[in-house]
Write a protein that binds this ligand. Structure first.
Ligand code: ADP
Length: 501
């Protein structure tokens, strides 16, 4: 029985995991860095422990410190969330040795899938189609040239240890093969400490479609259908939807079976995702497996009607999966928009800072997973994802219309953010028609960066509204509250410039 879970993460995912724990009557333990002293996950948890300075290498990645807190707080299990230690086989192993359940797969499955070359080999052996390319790491320049001749240009040179869209290079010309392999190698060495690279065919105008799977400790494996994740910037997802606008029922069934076979091939346990790249003829190829909960998991939860975190915890407790493949279906349509604190017009540069105002959208079919609040200072040290808007509609059209409405209600002031950019995506004709590939953002960038003329004005109005509310609070405040309030509005220059004073 799991009675207490330490959540080794921060931000929206830490809060989201704790919510499911609370519903299950499980106590929660938060860990936090210097920059996160006032973070939402610390406020939400039943207990919270400081684990170190702000850089994640000294806090959220500090395995020993986290295990020490787990022992001290008597947690039975650790949920790693996504990112940080979630796909770290050593950490999973250390948890096992410490007698603390790691809510995720066994170390073996993590290491088999964490290395892309090993994963490709395992998938080939399991009969799952992989992108045509090398079977092992490239060992010489001659081998690289020979492989490209066999596979045909264009190709991708990829780091075996790659992740997060890093360590990938597109090669279109023969003369660039050698230099690209060299560059990819040194990039991989410095980013991942491992210079192994391989070559695979570059799929033109592809879709990124992934399948959610669940596997218990008793050999039952099911899939919970797909998520279409082709709206990406810099190879990173920004909008996901389910069902995919392009899959046919036949291909969906085939891909679902391939995903289950992939998970079985590594004796998988827990929730995981099999990512595929799909070409315009709907040929699909295994890309990689993420051995953890994904950022975009809520759209599956909405359409299939499950709580994936609860499933993860039940699996970790040794329970038999209660869900059966034949009972599952996709009900309606869900879209997730990732709201980042970033500046789309400046190459999506992260834009941390203090949140001066936030209005969260509500209403039918709307879910927001977030962690920021008014006055919270978004730290520069971590991923700039600040909230996820998850919207459900009875069909795709309904879901898009509802997403636009929710995005219009969503207001964040104080930090630059992607709300306007996301709304522009929702109204781009190719997105509305469901006619898009991973090149969507590049192809539509001019329209996506355009403002509707009201953006500056709306932002000004949000600042004015926040300031009026602040003045109102000051009038009602007790002397003690006054001191806190006075420290709360430091940015007078902003209101002066809005009011043209
Ligand atoms: P990471 O592990 O860094 O996320 P992935 O292998 O999952 O890398 O690929 C990320 C994205 O890069 C894909 O969603 C796709 O847009 C693009 N990509 C990767 N491999 C290929 C390929 N062979 N052909 C075309 N695009 C690719």
């Amino acid at each position: 029985m799991i009675k207490k879970v330490l959540v080794a993460n921060r931000g929206e995912i830490a809060v989201r995991i704790m919510r499911s724990c609370r519903e299950m009557g499980i106590r929660t333990v938060a860990v936090y860095s210097d920059a996160d002293r006032k973070a939402m996950h610390v406020i939400y948890a039943d207990e919270a422990y400081h684990i170190g300075p702000s850089p994640s290498s000294e806090s959220y990645l500090n395995m020993e410190k986290i295990l020490e807190v787990a022992r001290k707080s008597k947690a039975d299990a650790i949920h790693p969330g996504y990112g940080f230690l979630s796909e770290n086989a050593v950490f999973s192993e250390k948890c096992q040795q410490a007698g603390i359940k790691f809510i995720g797969p066994q170390p073996y499955a993590i290491s088999q899938m964490g290395d892309k070359i090993t994963a490709r080999k395992t998938m080939m052996a399991a009969g799952v189609p992989v992108v045509p390319g090398t079977e092992s790491a490239i060992t010489s320049e001659d081998e690289a040239i020979k492989t490209v001749k066999e596979v045909g240009l264009p190709v991708m040179v990829k780091a075996s240890a790659g992740g997060g869209g890093k360590g990938m290079r597109l090669v279109k010309n023969e003369k660039d093969i050698v230099s690209s392999v060299r560059a990819a190698r040194s990039e991989a060495k410095s980013a991942f400490g491992d210079d192994a690279v391989y070559i695979e065919k570059y799929i033109e105008s592809p879709h990124h479609i992934e399948f959610q799977i669940l596997a218990d400790q008793h050999g039952h494996v099911i899939h919970l259908f797909e998520r279409e994740c082709s709206v990406q910037r810099r190879h990173q997802k920004i909008i996901e939807e389910t069902p995919s606008p392009i899959l046919t029922p036949e291909i969906r069934e085939e891909m679902g079976k391939a995903a289950v076979a992939a998970a079985k091939a590594v004796d998988y346990e827990g929730a995981g995702t099999i990512e595929f790249i799909v070409d315009s003829q709907l040929n699909y190829y295994f890309l990689e497996m993420n051995t953890r909960l994904q950022v975009e998991h809520p759209i599956t939860e909405r359409v299939v009607g499950v709580d994936l975190v609860k499933e993860q915890i039940n699996i970790a407790s040794g329970k038999v999966l209660a869900l059966r493949q034949e009972d599952l279906q996709q009900n309606g349509h869900a879209i997730e928009c990732r709201v980042y604190a970033e500046d789309a017009s400046n190459n999506f540069m992260p834009a941390p800072g203090k949140v001066t105002h936030i209005t969260i959208p509500y209403g039918v079919g709307v879910r927001v997973d977030g962690y920021i609040y008014e006055g919270f200072e978004i730290p520069i040290y971590y991923d700039p994802l600040i909230a996820k808007l998850i919207v459900w509609g009875r069909d795709r059209k309904d879901a898009i219309e509802r997403t636009v409405r929710a995005l219009q209600e969503f207001k964040i002031a104080g930090v630059k953010n992607s709300l306007n950019f996301l709304e522009n995506i929702m109204t781009t004709p190719d997105f509305v028609k469901g006619n898009y590939t991973t090149h969507f953002i590049d192809e539509n960038i001019t329209h996506l960066l355009s403002h509707d003329g009201c953006e500056g004005e709306c932002e000004d109005m949000v600042v004015i509204a926040a300031f009026l509310e602040y003045l109102y609070r000051i009038r009602k405040a007790s002397p003690k509250e006054m001191t806190t309030l006075k420290n709360n509005w430091k940015d007078y220059s902003r209101i002066r410039s809005v009011l043209k004073l």
